[in-house]
Design a protein around this ligand. Sequence first.
Ligand SMILES: Cc1ncc(COP(=O)(O)O)c(C=O)c1O
Length: 350
Amino acid sequence: MVEPRVTEALGKPIVGPLDPYFFEVADATRELLRLVFGTRNETTLVIPGTGSSGMETAVANFVEPDSKFAVFANGYFCDRLSEMGARQGARVVRLEKPWGEVFAYEEAAEFVRREKPAVVAFVHAETSTGALQDIRAITKAAREVDALAIADTVTSLGALQVGVDEAGIDIAYSCSQKGLSAPPGLSPFTASPRAMERLKTRKTPMHHWYLDLKLLRDYYDGRKYHHTVSTPLFYALHESLRLIQEEGLQNRFDRHLRNHLALVRGLETLGLEMHVAEGHRIPNVNTPRVPGGVEDVKVRKRLLEKHGIEIAGGFGPLAGKIFRIGLMGPLANESSVSLFLDAFRDAIRN
Ligand SMILES: Cc1ncc(COP(=O)(O)O)c(C=O)c1O
């Protein structure tokens, strides 16, 4: 869901990719993204595509063919990262965990000391499971072997603390449609000076043209034509970031957490158990287990058809086992939680 101000922003005049007004909006958007990412990285920009384009930009630029790429694998999107690494011709090594569990520093450190990868990647908030990874557990381990750390913040950015600089993340990407609550189609991206230095010493040519960070920097900073940007999407993202700034980052994180806790309390009162252990849950993607004797497809169909509420089911090893309930942006409020719980009570009992 997006705020009316964001929808209105889509209707602003469309200008060309080199128009001074576009760069005014782009510069302001990049500065607001630095605030939300928690970074001073100069290379903070927007990749023209959905969250997966940010993921591919991270992998294509920083994971070289024949280099070792370590993926912390505990869900669907970690598999996508592995697949992209393999397609780059990297030697992909994985530390596996059941879907819904997270990695502690000791196990991350033991893995990277053994494998000595050039780059590691993990998903901060794994949308397929509802599990929230402690960022420092991985970045600290990665630093010990001088590996770059890529963080997928597609679901977390704008809804909960990422803190790129403080947490020691080298490369992070996100999407416009989740925690930032703008339309889909853009991927906020940031890379540290350390990562950009590493890019300068890349031994093999970059195979991708569209996602080449150096060319993208030439566009955003050098004002040199690269591609024809979708200005309406930029206007909408800029407006959604302005709304976040007006609310205040900490207020926004607190609001998501408060409503997540209320939702969990309500779900537990209805007799459901959460799939992810307390303390490791994503506030904006809630994953209760499907209770015995309840058919998840039937519940979701009734919710949609009778109450107009769409929630997702589990997939892969969690197919039919969990519900995935998004609670983010403008929807993370008390009345949505109580409206949802009433409808959900009806759907699981009928
Ligand atoms: C954690 C995570 N990473 C990556 C993606 C891919 O993003 P997109 O669908 O915007 O390409 C998603 C999408 O839901 C996601 O949840």
